[in-house]
Design a protein around this ligand. Structure first.
Ligand code: F6P
Ligand code: MN
Length: 284
């Protein structure tokens, strides 16, 4: 696992370098989720493939930007990654990220054994999680790490990051979001999953939601590349991560690598509010 985290540190500096070259163009192609690909999406994808495919501990990689997984060797781990999350924000110079889920045996939430994400903001940060341990560091230009306090979610927070097109929100979802605002929660939503979830994690709590909507009943965010890795990190940091039926996200099956799910990440108070408004009490 350590060699995968080291490859992520190397790749992070390369991706950050590519972002800083000022490449803003689009390709003529769409990814499997129907999103038009930026040239930077493909450059980042290639960087991660190069960094991961030679590692002896890796047997397969799957990318949000590729239709099929790539077999790379005979190692113990399967790595799923979102090469450049939130890439449509690069043109306005907002923070973007990369997300990694590390699996054993097959790409299922129950088989996820480690996660990481990189934030490309004013500086590069990396957060890694293994069972019982979440670490956060600044990545220096020379590749050295400056460790920061491990993030920990409190019982409740102050931030509300409501994703999805409001026009398509179901009434109970709108009531949930409104009720948090009427309790004093503050809106914090950039449209980049990595910085939005990172902000809630680092500030100690809140709710990030990406619900099912009338036009997209299964939501937008992809289980393998986005949802499972963050679910693991949130749980290991003392929070919770559930779907719209109250199930732990990490317990959900994954039938196709690009499958999506409605998702809610937060501290325990806010996830309790999701359960109330969605009428999905915790099973005893
Ligand atoms: O990767 C998909 C993504 O860009 C996430 O980073 C982000 O959370 C989400 O889409 C934003 O979607 P929307 O613009 O629909 O709120
Ligand atoms: Mn993404």
């Amino acid at each position: 696992m350590e060699e995968i985290f080291e490859a992520i540190l190397r790749g992070a500096r390369r991706v950050y370098g590519a972002i800083n070259q000022g490449e803003l163009g689009y390709c003529d192609t769409n990814n499997c989720s129907g999103e038009q690909q930026l040239r930077l999406d493909l450059i980042s994808d290639q960087i991660w493939l190069e960094e991961l495919q030679t590692l002896p501990s890796v047997q397969m990689v799957a990318s949000e930007e590729r239709e099929e997984p790539v077999e790379t060797g005979r190692g113990e781990y399967l790595v799923a990654y979102d090469p450049l999350d939130g890439s449509s924000l690069v043109d306005v110079d907002l923070s973007v990220g990369s997300i990694f889920g590390i699996y054993r045996e097959s790409f299922q939430g129950a088989n996820l054994v480690g996660s990481a994400y990189v934030v490309y903001g004013p500086r590069i940060e990396v957060v890694t999680a293994l069972q019982g341990e979440v670490k956060r560091s600044i990545v220096r230009h020379d590749g050295g790490l400056i460790p920061l306090d491990p993030p920990r979610l409190k019982e409740r927070g102050k931030l509300n990051a409501p994703g999805g097109t409001q026009k398509g929100w179901y009434p109970h979802h709108r009531e949930l979001i409104d009720s948090l605002f009427s309790e004093g929660y503050r809106l914090r939503y950039s449209g980049g999953m990595v910085p939005d979830l990172h902000q809630i994690l680092v500030k100690g709590g809140g709710l990030f939601s990406y619900p099912g909507t009338e036009d997209k009943p299964n939501g937008k965010l992809r289980k393998l590349f986005e949802v499972f890795p963050f679910a693991f990190i949130y749980e290991e940091a003392g929070g919770e991560a559930i779907d719209d039926r109250g199930r732990r996200l990490l317990d959900l099956p994954c039938q196709g690598i690009h499958e999506t799910t409605p998702c809610f990440f937060g501290s325990s108070y806010e996830i309790g509010r999701v359960r109330e408004f969605y009428n999905v009490p915790r099973a005893e």
